[in-house]
Design a protein around this ligand. Structure first.
Ligand SMILES: [Zn+2]
Length: 95
């Protein structure tokens, strides 16, 4: 059974988000957070690999990303927030 998720604020659907590759409004990020993450996994895995500093512990990376995520959301940079969220989930997966 496929239930179509829809943003209650801007009425974007997941299909629409994937089509135009950006969010309709701030609320979309919350509604589609789970769906957005896997969509950018490949990209982010690469980016994370390159950008990873070996001296930095997972914990401090996670803390930094959490701060960045809050900032991004506060600035309504939801694409950025989605990327950060993905990085976070990759970090926590690898522990
Ligand atoms: Zn929306």
């Amino acid at each position: 059974m496929m239930e179509e998720k829809k943003c209650p604020q801007c009425h974007f659907t997941l299909a629409k988000l994937q089509d135009i590759r950006r969010l309709g409004c701030g609320y979309c990020f919350k509604v589609f957070a789970d769906e957005l993450a896997p969509a950018i996994t490949g990209l982010q895995k690469q980016a994370l690999h390159v950008g990873r500093k070996p001296q930095m512990s997972i914990k401090s990376q996670t803390d930094q990303l959490t701060i960045q995520l809050k900032k991004a959301i506060a600035q309504e940079a939801y694409e950025e927030a989605a990327k950060i969220k993905q990085k976070l989930s990759l970090l926590t997966e690898s522990t």
